[in-house]
Design a protein around this ligand. Structure first.
Ligand code: TXA
Ligand code: MG
Length: 350
């Protein structure tokens, strides 16, 4: 199929263009659209056949459940059952926005969306194109990030095109997304609030509203959700993580020199503070203490290094507070897994 790319100004949305996109959805097609976190690949969430197209286009395993995007609370009540009060409290504060809530599902949600689980993940995005688009489709949109399975999530329409050209009907180009990492996924289907994936709403913000929350480890999340695969958000290059700390620059330099002496092409993703200290191919993630800036740049830096065909990316860690927690979660996943990231660094004999 031919992929149509349509530019839409989020500040001045051309409703006629959005109507064309809604027609594609209503004809069981696939439309990639910007959200405040990353671009999503949308299909009518209530139509199994349309949703199966998402899995095919992304080459996504059929046991990795999708998020359903809504624009009104009425849709939440259609899609979920036994909604606890805390959901309204959370929605009041964080919706529309980068928070996904896992709830008991209603019969309306097709099994393919939830991959047979009895829960459904729901999010009300705040990006003006996303919310108008959902309104216009008059159906909720099932939408994972619009990348090929296991590649870094797309933060621009160009990233979507690189991964999915010829496999989606339309891409709505609304410019770069605002946050740059995906939504925070929390389980509110039973018991206390559990964070399944750190993201655009920080753990500190959640805690300030609902009290302490449990942040599940990668292993614990994998046990709960069949489709959680350890290597995710991965560029082609191998990623080595150098943890945040006083000797970070020395460790990273040593790793870079070791790899270069073996003939490898190396890229360094560094904090703003260390930018001028390094030699060679350096890209700046952001000030180490500004998780928000680091989040907005992370995925495009990983993709840039890939387009330069570097063999290794040495990634400086940042403090795990605010959005820094989501950034570190994605960097570790890009490296394979937390355990793998440590092994790789000890291979460098440092
Ligand atoms: O910011 C975002 O969340 C983006 C934009 C497009 O909304 N979407 C996104 O979707 O990142 P995706 O499919 O790449 O990640 C969705 C995550 C997956 O890790 C999936 O396992 C989890 O949500 N998930 C979905 N349904 C679930 C469920 N019923 N129980 C537990 N986890 C679920
Ligand atoms: Mg994804």
């Amino acid at each position: 199929m031919e992929t149509r790319v349509i530019e839409i100004d989020p500040q001045n949305i051309d409703m006629a263009l959005l109507r064309q996109a809604a027609e594609v959805i209503n004809n069981r097609g696939l439309v990639a659209f910007p959200t405040e976190t990353v671009y999503g690949l949308g299909a009518d969430a209530l139509d199994s056949k349309a949703v199966s197209g998402i899995f095919q286009a992304k080459k996504r395993p059929l046991d990795d459940p999708l998020i359903v995007h809504i624009s009104t609370m009425k849709e939440l009540e259609d899609l979920a059952s036994d909604v606890p009060d805390i959901v309204y409290k959370l929605a009041d504060r964080f919706w529309p926005g980068p928070l996904t809530m896992v709830l008991k599902k209603s019969d309306r949600v097709p099994d393919i969306v939830t991959t047979g689980l009895d829960t459904v993940a729901i999010r009300m995005p705040s990006h003006p194109i996303a919310s108008r688009f959902i309104d216009m489709c008059a159906c909720p949109l099932a939408a994972p990030s619009a990348n090929l399975f296991s590649k870094p999530s797309p933060t621009t329409a160009m990233h979507v095109l690189q991964d999915l050209e010829g496999n989606v009907d339309m891409i709505l180009d609304g410019g770069a997304t605002y946050i740059g990492v995906e939504s925070t996924v929390i389980d509110v289907s039973s018991g206390p609030v559990k964070v399944l994936r750190p993201g655009g709403v920080s753990v500190e913000e959640l805690t300030s509203l609902v009290g302490p929350v449990e942040v599940l480890s990668e292993g614990a999340v994998m046990e709960r959700t069949p489709g959680k695969y350890p290597r995710h958000y991965s560029p082609n290059a191998k990623v080595l993580v150098v943890e945040y700390g006083y000797d970070q620059f020395e460790k990273a330099t040593q790793a870079a020199e070791t790899l270069a002496s073996r003939g490898a092409s190396v890229g360094i993703m560094a904090s703003k503070e260390h930018e001028d200290l390094y030699q060679g191919n350096v890209k700046v993630l952001g000030p180490a203490n500004d998780g928000r800036i680091c989040a907005s740049r992370l995925f495009s830096i990983l993709r840039e290094f890939d387009s330069e065909k570097v063999n290794y990316i040495i990634a400086e860690g940042i403090p795990e507070k605010g959005l820094g927690r989501a950034v570190m979660n994605r960097i570790r996943k890009a490296a394979g897994s937390e355990e793998k990231a440590e092994e790789d660094m000890s291979d460098m004999a440092i």
